[in-house]
Design a protein around this ligand. Structure first.
Ligand SMILES: *[C@@H]1O[C@H](CO)[C@@H](O)[C@H](O)[C@H]1NC(C)=O
Length: 482
């Protein structure tokens, strides 16, 4: 990326000859979505385009304090704009529910529906100050940004934080069209993946997606070309552009000191010997399940780094959080073998650490794409939404992972013996070594795709060239900066 930032000549030419374009990011308030739009913001700042990151004060604060692996220098360039947001209920997640969808976030999402007016006002204001306003939004924020359609010098792009594999299969299924690509295994059913009230929220958004000018994907053609092509062929307008620019997570980090403890522990372990265990920010496991997982990790005798946190509430700053108990004496017995982290953990740095050799994950797309980029194989334990299908992509298609528990058994307790078996297979078997080797090779290929001249970088450059294009701005030429 350095070459973009350091090219002073290019910078000077830009400020006189390029139209004044501003990018406005509108994320869905959920950690995996806030995070990916933060990553994208940092990437686009490297092209000297001003970025405005828009959301409630609570969620803007969440996005900033949980930044992982991004450069403070890039973040300092992002302008955060707090939108007045009505207060919303922030109930705790229910760890005992057999359906793991984070329904506790729904009030926070419903509150976004009242942001249409303030966002429209903000966009109109920005549109009077720039040649072009480019809105990049979560698909689940389409209702909020719909007034882009009435602003002549504004256009909107959807940023997809999910896999093209999931999205293409989901879209076709809704239209009743069978998936046209032969798969090694039948697609897991969507039944129980997304609750009904969330589906209505999704349906509201779908109607407004017609206004978008294009699609951006946090994936790479090297891993998802067939599904990206499927998505492109669905475009009924015929002129919607799309760019697969991922994985957008940086390859190199400037690591903050406050996290040094678990990374220090990793420093002392052997290469590829540790399995990193976490299920993201939307999963709350029951006490019973935590006990089985703890016993399984202990009995596997493999090194582990387990981040044990409860799922996020709609407002992560609001009150106390359940601190799940571990079985009696467990932490003592695993001393030197495993550690349990309760704080916010630096996932990208953990995945990039040479001691990390496996990742037990819920297979949210954020985790999948980070693991893919860092070349770490996955033990997949899907919980809800797109995760069962991401599991198919990771295990059966890319062949860089193993399944912990089949989706058809999602309501059953995963026993310690199952955990022991899968951890040993991934971390201490010939089969595991082969999977790890494939993951490492794929990681190297995918990292290269985001470097100068790589396929994802070319698409990112092409997106930036598109949003800064000159041709149809003639009516606004008076505004061009000199
Ligand atoms: C979940 O179940 C445990 C017992 O297994 C109980 O102690 C706890 O209060 C329950 N939590 C909720 C939120 O229902």
């Amino acid at each position: 990326m350095g070459s973009l930032r350091n090219n002073q000549n290019q910078h000077e030419i830009k400020s006189t000859e390029q139209p004044h374009v501003v990018v406005i990011m509108v994320p869905l308030p959920a950690q995996g979505h806030l995070n990916q739009l933060m990553q994208l913001s940092c990437l686009i700042t490297l092209y000297d385009i001003p970025i405005y990151y828009v959301g409630s004060a609570i969620h803007n604060r969440q996005a900033k304090i949980r930044v992982n692996g991004l450069s403070p220098h890039d973040i300092a360039k992002i302008h955060f704009h707090d939108l007045p947001t009505p207060s919303f209920a922030s109930p705790p997640p229910n760890p005992n529910s057999s359906n793991k969808f984070p329904s506790q976030l729904q009030p926070a999402w419903d509150a976004t529906l009242s942001l249409r007016q303030p966002v429209a006002t903000y966009l109109r204001d920005m549109s009077s100050k720039a040649n072009r306003v480019v809105v990049i939004h979560d698909p689940m924020m389409a209702v909020v940004v719909q007034d882009v359609a009435s602003i002549p010098n504004a256009e909107s792009y959807v940023f997809n934080c999910i896999s093209a594999f999931f999205l293409s299969s989901f879209n076709l299924e809704k239209k009743g069209i069978p998936f046209p690509i032969k798969l090694p295994k039948e697609l897991p059913s969507m039944e129980g993946c997304i609750p009904d009230d969330v589906q209505s929220f999704v349906a509201l958004q779908m109607e407004q997606l017609k206004y978008r000018a294009g699609d951006i994907y946090n994936t790479c053609r090297l891993i998802e070309a067939p599904y990206l092509d499927l998505l492109a062929s669905e475009d009924e307008t015929g002129n919607r552009k799309s760019w697969a620019i991922g994985p957008i997570l940086p390859t190199k980090f400037s690591s903050p000191n406050k996290y040094i403890k678990c990374l220090e522990w990793l420093d002392k372990q052997e290469v590829k010997s540790v399995i990193y265990v976490t299920f993201g920010t939307t999963t709350s496991l029951s006490d019973e399940q935590i006990e089985q997982l703890a016993l399984g990790l202990e009995q596997s005798k493999q090194k582990f780094l387990w981040v044990l946190r409860d799922a996020d509430k709609g407002n992560v700053f609001d009150g106390e959080v359940r601190r799940a108990k571990l079985p009696e004496g467990c932490e003592e017995r695993v001393k030197g073998v495993g550690i349990v982290v309760r704080d916010w953990a630096p996932q990208p740095e953990i995945l990039a650490h040479p001691s990390t050799g496996g990742f037990m994950s819920h297979c949210g797309w954020n985790s999948c794409i980070e693991s893919i980029k860092m070349g770490v194989p996955i033990a997949a334990w899907p919980m809800h939404s797109d995760q069962p299908r991401n599991t198919v992509l990771v295990t059966d298609i890319l062949k860089i992972g193993l399944v912990v528990r089949e989706w058809t058994q999602s309501e059953e307790l995963v026993k310690a013996s199952t955990i022991v078996n899968v951890v040993k297979r991934l971390m201490a078997s010939e089969e595991g070594n082969e999977i790890r080797k494939r993951a490492e090779e794929l990681g190297a290929t995918v990292r290269q795709a985001t470097e100068e001249g790589g396929v994802s970088r070319v698409e990112l450059d092409s997106f930036v060239a598109h949003i800064t294009r000159y041709n149809d701005l003639m009516g606004y030429q008076a505004l061009v900066l000199h």
